[in-house]
Ligand binder design. Structure first.
Ligand code: NAD
Ligand code: UD1
Length: 337
């Protein structure tokens, strides 16, 4: 099998992708600047897989360090997770987001081209469907954004399209994630958010473990079955396996392709809270508050293209996602230290 460079490989999704890649027989090299993760994730990956992971602490914008990684290792393909991801922060610090996410990607692509590595799997997001498209979202719908974070995804997809057009050897698969949650089922690897979480499931986990008081439900007057927001939650290990499938596809096909990674099913905030209560055996106190700015009523995938092109579909339901999240929370009361 090949050697894969995983950028952002100590982060939430990248670390689970390392497990999936190693399980599929690839060897993995990780580069991360640790701005939003801990090196401990590597020890956890090694504990789960029994395999060593070569690690470089470096920033993607430091082109010379990235070039050195390609010289030290014969890299066959890149999985590119490294980036900043907080929507609210991106509104406050747009230049930091453009510089880090776009600058990092451009320097990575420049090194790849020089080193004759032409396959990249990129972490895009369902956020590129903006707020005008009807659900379920299909890959050929027009893309747009409502905040700088979203624009970095739209722009990076365009950069990848242009690079593929300019060099027919290039292959880029942009994976548009829906809402990744859960953890590896060992309880060893999971999400490690800094401070008070913004996203629903990490927030619920902290309420369930007593660190936070109650969950604020951002609006119950949406045009959805129970009035609360509907999202397509996907188990992070399903998502990781989707990357491994996309890599096999990318190694065989050139050009740019965008593919949704979702389950195709939406769940409401109340349904997620109920599933989490079942998983942890505790009551999760809730309070209905006003809508969060920028939120939409419903977002879920048309998952047909992933099945057809990659031969992949998500298998875990909400119950397993919550059970695995809870196991990680209990086993790691202070996150991965
Ligand atoms: P994460 O913050 O846990 O992981 C990102 C990693 O990238 C971190 O370890 C961070 O230290 C590293 N990093 C950031 N900038 C870097 C740079 N310039 N050089 C080197 N390393 C750098 O986030 P995640 O949830 O694992 O997300 C991974 C990717 O998936 C991101 O691109 C994110 O935008 C995208 N995504 C995430 C979600 C989600 O819900 N988590 C949804 C859609 C898309
Ligand atoms: C958010 C981001 C999105 C990003 C995604 C994954 C915004 C506006 N969108 O999506 O760009 O790709 O995270 O990182 O930030 N909710 C509550 N109470 C809470 C938290 C959330 O009711 O404390 C609700 C939200 O209104 C939403 C659902 O739960 O209906 C999911 O929210 P969240 O986990 O933040 O994900 P998204 O809003 O889908």
């Amino acid at each position: 099998m090949g050697k894969i460079l995983v950028t952002g490989g100590t982060g939430f999704i990248g670390s689970h992708a390392c497990v999936s890649l190693i399980n599929a027989g690839y060897s993995v090299v990780v580069v991360d600047n640790l701005c939003n993760s801990k090196v401990e994730a590597l020890a956890r990956i090694q504990l789960i897989t029994g395999k060593q992971v070569r690690f470089y602490q470096a920033d993607l914008r430091d082109e010379e360090s990235i070039r050195q990684i390609f010289i030290d290792n014969k890299i066959d393909a890149v999985m590119h997770f490294a980036g900043l991801k907080a929507v609210g922060e991106s509104v406050e610090k747009p230049l930091q987001y453009y510089e880090n996410n776009i600058g990092g990607t451009v320097s990575l692509l420049r090194v790849m081209a020089k080193q004759k590595c032409h396959t990249i799997i990129f972490s895009s997001s369902a956020t590129v469907y903006g707020c005008q498209n009807p659900v379920p979202y299909q890959e050929e719908m027009p893309v747009s954004a409502t905040n700088p974070y979203g624009y970095t995804k739209v722009m990076i997809e365009q950069i990848l399209r242009d690079v593929c057009k300019s060099d027919p050897r290039f292959s880029a698969v942009a994976l548009r994630y829906f809402n990744p949650i859960g953890a590896h089922e060992s309880g060893l690897l999971g999400e490690n958010p800094n401070g008070i979480p913004n996203n629903l499931v990490p927030y619920i986990a902290q309420v369930a473990s007593g660190k936070l008081d109650h969950v604020n439900i951002y609006g119950n007057d949406y045009n959805t079955p129970d009035g609360t927001g509907v999202r397509d939650y996907i188990h992070v290990m399903d998502l990781a396996d989707g990357h491994t499938a996309a890599l096999a596809y990318g190694m065989e096909h050139s050009g740019f392709t965008a593919v949704n990674l979702g389950t195709g099913t939406g769940s409401s905030v109340l349904e997620v809270i109920r599933a989490y209560e079942k998983a942890c055996g505790r009551t999760i106190p809730i309070e209905i508050t006003k809508r969060r700015a920028g939120d939409i009523a419903a977002s879920y995938a048309d998952a047909a293209k992933a099945k057809e092109l990659l031969g992949w579909q998500a298998v875990s339901g909400l119950e397993k996602m919550c059970a695995d999240s809870w196991r990680f929370t209990v086993q790691n009361p202070n996150g991965m230290e």
